[in-house]
Design a protein around this ligand. Structure first.
Ligand SMILES: [Mg+2]
Length: 395
C-alpha cells in the first residue's frame, strides 16, 4: 500500500539546547549546593511541521545521579538522534523500543525524547499528554516545598510565608550536610514552630549509616515527622528493610529507585513503605506508569518526585502523575518556583496548595523564544556562556 508510506509523519530533526537559569536562592542539599539550574531543552520537529518539547535536568550536575544535562545532550545528539531521525513520529512505543536497543541506561535522555514525542502527538491530535496516557484521574496535584536555605530561622520564615500564600502546607527538610545532632536540632526547631499547621518530611539523601539512621529516625518519629526519605545508601536495601520494619514512620526510597525493576526488587525486600517516582529516573512517562504499577501491586504507596525540572519537565511529570490511580503522598513538583525566571509564555498555576494542570493540547505549554535566546549557553556571550565551575561544594 504505497499511500501509507507517503502519509507517514516522521521525525525530521532534533535540537538540544543547554539553558542556564538563575534561582531564587541557593538550594543546600547534602551532596551539593545549587546556585543555578541547567536545563536541557529538547525540540523534536516532525514532518507535519509540529514540534514537540522535552526537558532533562539533574540535581547539581552529577552530584545526584548518573546523568547531567550536558551528558544527556551528548547522548541524544550522538546516539538517539541518528537512530530515530526519519522514523514514524506517531508510534511512540516503537520509537522508545528502538531507542532501548541502541542506548543502554541513560533514562534521563530517553525521558526527554519521549516527552517531546508525546507533546507533539498531543498537539497533532488536539489532546493533552494525560489523555494520550489514558486520561487523568485528578486535575490538580498537591505540591510540597523544600526548605533548604541552610538557615533554620530563614526556613521557618519561608514556611510561614508559603502557608500565608496558601501555596504549600507540607515542607521537606534536607539534612545530611551537618552532624546528625545539628541536623536533628534544625528539624525539631522547624517542626516545633509549625506545629500541626503543616506536615514535615525529611530527606537524608543517603548520608547516614544504618546505626546513625536508627538513632535519628527514633528522634524524628517521636517529634511527629511524617516521612523519612532515603536515610541510608541506595545499595543497602537490606538495611532499608530492617529500618522499615523497625519504625512506624514510613520510609521512602528515592535514589534507590529508578525503574520498574528496582521497584520490584525493593517491594520484594520490603525495603520501603513509599516510592518516590521521577519521570527521568524511570526513563519516560510510560515507564513511570509501569514503576507505579509495581508499587500498586505490592501495596507500596507513591509520591510524585521531581528532579527540580523547569516548566516543561514538571508538566511532563504532572501529566503522568495525574493518570495514576494512587498518589498517596502528593508531589514535590515545585521546580519552576525555584527558578528566578521561566522559559514559557504562561507560567504554571500553583494555587491552594496544588499545581493545576493546563488543559491545552500536548503538555499545554508555549516557549518564550526571547528567553530561550537569552539563557542558551551557546549564545556567544562569554560572561554567561562559560560554566561557573563545579556545583559541588566540599563538605
Ligand atoms: Mg530525595
Amino acid at each position: 500500500m504505497p499511500g501509507i508510506a507517503l502519509t507517514m509523519i516522521s521525525i525530521q530533526s532534533i535540537e538540544t539546547i543547554l539553558l542556564d537559569l538563575p534561582m531564587i536562592r541557593p538550594h543546600l542539599l547534602a551532596m551539593t549546593v545549587m546556585q543555578k539550574r541547567t536545563l536541557l531543552l529538547v525540540r523534536v520537529m516532525c514532518s507535519d511541521a509540529i514540534e514537540g518539547l522535552g526537558e532533562a535536568t539533574s540535581i547539581g550536575g552529577l552530584a545526584y545521579g548518573d546523568e547531567s544535562p550536558e551528558g544527556v545532550k551528548l547522548c541524544i545528539d550522538c546516539f538517539i538522534t541518528p537512530a530515530i531521525r526519519g522514523i514514524e513520529a506517531t508510534n511512540i512505543n516503537a520509537a522508545m523500543e528502538l531507542i532501548g536497543r541502541v542506548v543502554q541506561g541513560n533514562p534521563f535522555a530517553k525521558a526527554a525524547i519521549e516527552t517531546a514525542l508525546l507533546d507533539a502527538h498531543g498537539k497533532r491530535r488536539a489532546v493533552s499528554v494525560s489523555e494520550l496516557l489514558g486520561g487523568s484521574v485528578r486535575s490538580t496535584l498537591p505540591v510540597l516545598w523544600t526548605l533548604a536555605s541552610g538557615d533554620t530561622q530563614r526556613d521557618i520564615d519561608e514556611a510561614e510565608q508559603m502557608l500565608e500564600l496558601r501555596r504549600h502546607r507540607v515542607f521537606k527538610l534536607k539534612v545530611g550536610r551537618k552532624s546528625a545532632k545539628e541536623d536533628l536540632a534544625h528539624v525539631l526547631s522547624i517542626k516545633r514552630a509549625l506545629g500541626e499547621r503543616a506536615g514535615v518530611t525529611v530527606d537524608v539523601n543517603q548520608q547516614w549509616d544504618e546505626a546513625q539512621a536508627a538513632r535519628s529516625i527514633a528522634t524524628l518519629e517521636e517529634a511527629g515527622i511524617d516521612l523519612i526519605e532515603q536515610p541510608i545508601a541506595k545499595h543497602n536495601r537490606a538495611g532499608m528493610a530492617r529500618l522499615a520494619a523497625r519504625f512506624v514512620v514510613p520510609l521512602m526510597a528515592d535514589e534507590a529507585l529508578y525503574g520498574p525493576e528496582d521497584a520490584f526488587d525493593l517491594a520484594r525486600q520490603a525495603a520501603a513503605d513509599v516510592f518516590a517516582l521521577k519521570v527521568v529516573k524511570s526513563g519516560g512517562l510510560h515507564a513511570t506508569r509501569r514503576t507505579a504499577a509495581v508499587a500498586d501491586a505490592a501495596g507500596v504507596s507513591l509520591y510524585g518526585g521531581t528532579m527540580l525540572e523547569g516548566s516543561i519537565g514538571t508538566l511532563a511529570a504532572a501529566h503522568c502523575y495525574s493518570t495514576l490511580p494512587h498518589l498517596q503522598w502528593g508531589s514535590e513538583l515545585f521546580g519552576p518556583l525555584l527558578l528566578g525566571d521561566d522559559i514559557v509564555v504562561t507560567p504554571l498555576r500553583y494555587q491552594n496548595f496544588e499545581l493545576h494542570l493546563p488543559s491545552g493540547p500536548g503538555l499545554g505549554i508555549e516557549l518564550d523564544e526571547d528567553k530561550i535566546r537569552f539563557y542558551r549557553r551557546d549564545r556567544g556571550d562569554v560572561s554567561r556562556s562559560t560554566p561557573r565551575g563545579p556545583h559541588v561544594v566540599p563538605r
